[in-house]
Design a protein around this ligand. Structure first.
Ligand SMILES: Nc1nc2c(ncn2[C@@H]2O[C@H](COP(=O)(O)OP(=O)(O)OP(=O)(O)O)[C@@H](O)[C@H]2O)c(=O)[nH]1
Ligand SMILES: [Mg+2]
Length: 849
């Protein structure tokens, strides 16, 4: 055991930066991702072993066993062959098994004594559910050994305050530890539980069937049957759990879930909903819930509803969904229903700023004072004009824009749904599931950080092709970039020439004093290695003038072919080649300049078609107003940690992602795009590691270190109100260039990193680049924590290597899962274990890894 622990420690030590202490069980996290590319590990990664539930040992030793098993299980969450070593830069583990277990809790919120678990336990104690009439119970359940878990026929029993264990469990104190089973009083917070949707009492796998019986209304204690569910649990309705799938066949689970969703007791009640200012009656509620396309995830609250278009939203907010139109429910739609202030109206409602912007993007003319009439198929006309001007949601691009900005679109099959009205289960259309599963990822970064390369790589990777139109504009962009690169070189050449001649002159003057006879020689020699001939000089002056006037785009690429031979000639000229050797000093010259200038003639030809590599290397990406987006799926089977098996309630194993890239100009211009995004799942912020010695002009024109500019942009984005609760992933890009550079140029040239002083201990063979990488990662993490007191996730990448992009998206997917778990509170996940949130956590409990 000790040997195993020390080998784990050794393995872990190799992954950490030299000198970093081994992580402490309480502080371990996964938030810096590094790729483990060492040799295969010579030992088995520990895996979970089944817990012996029926052990008669004391509760404390059972708890110890449970903790050990959970620890082991958590260690198994590092999948065999995983390329992601989860490492951390603080404090020591004791053996990797316990360590990984802690690491999961480090990513997740710690138990909170006022948390949901307690709340529901407390509610159980405050109002103990009544016993069902058909229930018979045994006298002392705490003393009773857990029976056969499949003994569904055994009499169920709700938690009873007369049972000491249950009472202790309910109050969260005494023998019953937090999260202990409300029936047998055993187990701790790490044990899996099923909770009653009404009273919140939690039961272990051995007791759940006895407590809940055949579940005619889903997961409720027998005594709670007929009672309404607790509202916070509404989102859990119909979502099964691991425990149920262990206890029942998939078909039975389906039936229980159907009952849970559809039984009368679990539905909303009339007084809970207000629509257009009127409380709904039972009939109106029935009409809403029974319509072909009812509101999804309906909760008690105040809503507005536009009968003509079907638009539906929360009072004072933008539309949220499009439901069936013409329902006879609620009062009259008020102009201020959604709190709009645009002076543009749809069916009498003043629309919100966001709706107006999207309408404009969709090319709908809507000056102030316009009153539209919009019908449920999206066709619209101006009030009183009787001419249908088009259909708002007709174009796929408009639907995508709506989806990017979280505005609803009618389901594709809206008309067809009417016919299915009689079948209640047809309401659970997969499309809604799909919609729910779209995750928006916002990709940002300073100019040149690599965000468009990442975007393009994702496009190549996940199968979406560049259209002919995009290819054409990519070609024009590459062609005109040739001139941009050339102008940077020519400008640099002029500067180097001036400096060289100046130096020569100074040397000449010096020589003049000591050797007056050389004077005339020096005066005559006014050329140097950076000098070009008159013809090229003429071209150079002309080009630099165009650039200075900002007219480059007007001249090129129209002039591309005409000047291609000159470009080629200048590029090959020794003076330019000498200048190119000093490209480190030409900060605005991208690394790819040489690549494209080398093939100037080919690129300039009419027939030129950019290759995949050209597209990747090209700076920027063709876009619309600085915004590009891409929709793709990741095969959930390829998760870093494997998904649970047998997920019967999740038909699609593909989560859709929308990758949205806003270019740096869009960010500079008052972040105008950012405020339009609402439900961004994660902000992916890209930083070029190799920027630490680069200078870049601020808006004011003053030069500033580029890493500092990245830092400032990062701070602005983190502080942006749109992203207050959004997880951030930092992609530290261009690690390849960074590795090359770091040995030549010290990291301390950037003042933010002036305290970098690596000490290389003997026991690791980590490179300077890897030290420096960690240092930068931790700088950003500390900065982030100081701004918002959250954890920043960091990923190292080389965007030109496609595999690192794939890995980064898989890492991001994991981050989203961790974030989901955080939202739902891991203890709730453990206790209620709904599939929607447990994909990662389930690995800690699986036995078949
Ligand atoms: N060596 C190296 N070059 C990279 C890497 N990632 C991107 N580049 C290059 O860096 C340059 C800038 O990358 P972009 O993706 O265009 O940067 P950006 O963030 O989109 O910046 P703008 O397009 O200027 O807004 C391009 O020439 C890329 O080919 C990398 O990991 N390593
Ligand atoms: Mg770019």
């Amino acid at each position: 055991m000790a040997a195993a622990a020390s080998s784990w420690e050794e393995a872990l030590r190799k992954m950490l930066p030299p000198g970093a202490p081994l992580p402490d069980e309480d502080h371990l996290d996964y938030s810096i991702s590094v790729e483990y590319d060492g040799p295969p590990i010579p030992y088995e990664v520990p895996r979970i072993k089944p817990l012996e539930n029926r052990s008669s040992s004391s509760s404390s030793s059972a708890a110890a066993a449970a903790a050990a098993a959970a620890a082991e299980a958590a260690a198994a969450a590092l999948p065999r062959g995983s390329r992601f070593a989860r490492s951390r830069c603080a404090d020591p583990p004791r053996g990797a098994a316990t360590e990984s277990a802690r690491s999961s809790s480090a990513v997740l919120p710690q138990p909170d004594s006022d948390g949901a678990a307690d709340a529901s336990s407390a509610s159980a104690s405050a109002s103990p559910p009544q016993r069902g009439p058909e229930t018979t119970t045994k006298p002392d359940l705490a003393a009773e050994p857990p029976g056969d878990p499949i003994a569904g026929a055994s009499p169920p029993r709700p938690p009873s305050s007369s049972s000491p264990a249950a009472a202790a469990a309910a109050t969260g104190g005494g023998v019953g530890r937090r999260g202990a089973c409300a029936r047998c009083g055993k187990g701790g917070i790490l044990r899996e539980r099923e909770a009653c949707l009404a009273c919140g009492a939690r039961y272990c796998g051995d007791c759940v069937l006895r407590a809940m019986g055949s579940m005619p209304e889903g997961r409720k204690c027998v005594g709670c049957i007929g009672r309404p569910i607790a509202e916070p649990k509404r989102s859990a309705l119909g979502k099964s759990s691991r425990m149920l799938s262990k206890l029942f066949s998939p078909r039975e689970v389906q039936q229980i879930m159907k009952a849970e969703r559809e039984c009368a007791a679990n539905q909303l009640r009339p007084g809970q909903l207000t629509v257009n200012g009127h409380d709904l009656t039972q009939e109106e509620l029935d009409e809403i819930l029974g319509c072909p396309n009812p509101p999804q995830k309906l909760r008690p609250g105040r809503y507005w509803y536009d009968k003509d278009s079907g638009l539906w939203g929360k009072e004072g907010e933008k539309p949220d969904q499009i439901i069936s139109s013409k329902l006879n429910v609620g009062g009259k739609l008020q102009p201020d229903a959604s709190n709009g202030n645009t002076q543009v109206f749809i069916n009498g409602r003043e629309i919100t700023k966001l709706e107006l912007r999207v309408l404009k993007l969709a090319n709908v003319q809507c000056p102030r004072g316009t009153h539209f009439w919009v019908y449920d198929d999206g066709s619209y006309e101006e009030e009183g004009q009787n001419i249908i001007r088009g259909k708002i949601w007709e174009k796929a691009s408009t639907r995508l824009i709506c989806s990017l900005f979280s505005l609803p679109t009618p389901p594709e099959n809206t008309p067809g749904l009417r016919e299915d009205a009689s079948a209640p289960s047809s309401r659970l259309i997969p499309e809604y599931l799909e919609q729910r599963r779209v995750q928006k990822l916002l990709l940002l970064g300073l100019e040149g950080s690599g965000s468009s390369t990442i975007f393009k790589q994702a496009k190549f990777l996940y199968g979406s092709k560049f259209s002919a139109e995009e290819m054409q504009s990519m070609k024009l962009m590459i062609q005109s970039n040739l001139y941009k690169y050339l102008s940077i070189l020519l400008e640099g050449r002029e500067q180097f020439e001036d400096e060289a001649l100046e130096e020569k002159r100074n040397r000449g003057l010096y020589a003049d004093e000591s050797h007056p006879s050389e004077e005339s020689e020096v005066k005559e020699d006014c050329s140097c290695i950076y000098s070009i001939n008159q013809r090229l000089k003429h071209f150079s002056d002309w080009l630099l003038e165009i650039v200075a006037m900002g007219d480059l785009d007007a001249f090129f690429p129209a002039a591309t072919r005409e000047y291609a031979p000159v470009v080629e000639e200048i590029w090959r000229d020794p003076a330019i080649q000498e200048t190119y050797k000093r490209r480190n000093e030409l900060h605005s010259l991208p690394n790819v300049a040489g690549y494209f200038l080398d093939k100037a003639i080919e690129v300039s030809s009419n027939e030129y078609e950019p290759t995949e590599k050209d597209i990747l290397y090209a700076e920027g990406v063709t876009d619309c107003h600085g915004l590009v987006f891409l929709e793709f799926s990741l095969d959930d089977q390829s998760m870093i940690s494997d998904p649970p098996t047998g997920r019967f309630d999740c038909p699609s194993s593909q989560t859709k992602y929308q990758l949205i890239r806003v270019d740096s100009k869009g960010l500079n211009e008052g972040c105008r795009w950012l405020e339009m995004f609402e439900d961004i799942r994660a902000v992916i912020f890209c930083v070029s590691l190799s920027d630490y010695d680069q200078m870049w002009p601020r808006d004011s024109g003053d030069l500033c270190n580029k890493m500092i500019l990245s830092k400032e942009l990062f701070e602005n984005i983190v502080n942006h109100p749109s992203f207050q609760d959004t997880p951030f992933v930092l992609l530290l890009n261009k690690y390849d260039t960074f590795e090359e550079k770091i040995d030549k140029i010290p990291l301390t040239v950037c003042e933010w990193f002036s305290d970098f002083s690596p000490v290389k201990p003997h026991h690791t063979n980590q490179s300077l680049a890897s030290h420096a990488y960690y240092f930068i990662a931790v700088k950003f993490k500390d900065l982030y924590a100081s701004l918002c007191d959250r954890k920043l996730f960091v990923f190292q990448m080389k965007a030109l290597e496609r595999s690192t992009i794939d890995d980064s998206f898989k890492y991001i997917r994991e981050v989203l899962k961790w974030d989901d778990m955080k939202d739902d509170n891991v203890f709730a996940v453990l206790d209620e274990s709904f599939y929607t949130t447990d994909a990662t956590y389930s690995n800690y409990l699986r036995q078949d890894l």
